[in-house]
Design a protein around this ligand. Structure first.
Ligand code: CP
Length: 359
């Protein structure tokens, strides 16, 4: 399958200099948004949100409107023909003929990849299950660039639901390519960072450590990235309740942190940061959400300016091999070719969700 449009499914598909250009443009827009008010006159963006969202959906919509464009889409698939059984392939094919750019969020990993295989316009991944969230990462990079003045030499703590947190997966992949970054993963063993992300960090030359408590790590951090325990991704309520409230950042713990540490969170917050931390000048999560509009403006402009011809499925198609991830789109939409990359020896990696399996 081929495409003549540029898509953003995974930031790793682009060079570091490309991300930096998007982030730099985001900063330029932040400093003078009016200058960009007609960049997308006459353009239409479709937002297909199969899963709830406040920030990503509305910041994309705000971004397009601030660039002079218009928006269509749904935020509840029950109100679309998805409720009649329409596949993701058909929905995205149709909508891509109505819009110049399609932004998709879906609860299944690999769903944005599927959209990019069939759409006749640019596709942006706005979060595919527990897999990736590249535009949150661009938001995080812009926030670090503005608030820490660097993307290198940082000690970054990531705390909470690291197994299901697509934002931390994307951010680790991105920050590990910059020099001298160190990661500290703060989680329970059940919610630990997936092995494939740790392998990427090591392959990129960065280092990581793993600890169980916030108290033992917070004092060494330049950045603390808190995450929500994602109830919707647990197999049972009991498993969720066993993890709930394990990590709570409060004023007392903030006293152990450096004076210039910043606290980020992709939001929404449930109870992992107490509200009294909000007034601490190091609490940067609301500012971070605001910066999301500027970086998404930059991304929309970049995607619509650049066109490239690229093959989007590059793995080997297997007829009798299935992905082991029950939350992979290929296990829900049967028509999809089961495409895997070889990851060394008899190890295969699903091209949609990156889950590995031995054959
Ligand atoms: N950060 C983030 O993705 O928030 P929403 O789920 O509200 O879009």
């Amino acid at each position: 399958m081929t495409s003549e449009f540029q898509h953003l499914i995974d930031l790793s598909d682009y060079s570091v200099s490309w991300w930096q250009k998007v982030v730099e443009l985001g900063e330029e827009i932040k400093n003078d948004p009016e200058k960009f008010a007609h960049e997308c006159d006459g353009k239409i963006m479709a937002t297909l949100f199969y899963e709830p969202s406040t920030r990503t959906q509305m910041s994309f919509q705000t971004a397009m409107i601030r660039l002079g464009g218009q928006i269509i889409g749904f935020d509840n698939p029950a109100n679309s023909s998805v409720s009649k059984g329409e596949t993701i392939k058909d929905t995205t094919k149709i909508v891509s003929n109505y819009a110049d750019i399609l932004v998709i969020r879906h609860p299944l990993a690999g769903s944005a990849k599927v959209a990019s295989l069939t759409a006749d316009c640019c596709v942006i991944n706005a979060g595919d299950g527990g897999h990736l969230h590249p535009t949150q990462t661009l938001t995080d990079l812009l926030t670090l660039k503005i608030e820490k003045k660097t993307l290198s030499g940082l000690t970054i703590g990531m705390c909470g639901d690291l197994i299901n947190g697509r934002t931390v997966h994307s951010l680790c992949k991105a920050l590990s390519v910059f020099s001298d970054n160190k990661f500290v993963f703060i989680s329970t063993p059940e919610l630990g960072m997936p092995a494939y992300i740790k392998d990427i960090i090591t392959a990129n030359g960065s280092t990581f450590t793993e600890v169980n408590t916030l108290e033992e790590a917070i004092g060494e951090l330049d950045v603390l990235y808190m995450t929500r325990i994602q109830q919707e991704r647990f197999a049972s309520v009991e498993e969720y309740l066993a993890q709930k409230n394990t990590y709570v950042l409060d004023r007392k713990k903030m006293q152990l942190a450096k004076k210039d540490m910043i606290v980020l969170h992709p939001l929404p917050r449930v109870d992992e940061i107490t509200v009294d931390v909000d007034s601490d000048p190091r609490a940067m999560y609301f500012t971070q959400a605001k910066y999301g509009v500027y970086v998404r403006m930059a991304l929309i402009m970049t995607m619509l300016r650049e066109k490239k011809s690229s093959e989007t499925l590059r793995g080997k198609i297997y007829k009798n091999v299935r992905c082991d991830n029950p939350r992979c789109i290929t296990n829900h939409e049967e028509y999809l070719p089961k495409s895997f990359r070889t990851a060394g020896g008899t190890l295969l990696e699903c091209e949609y969700c990156d889950e590995r399996k031995l054959i």
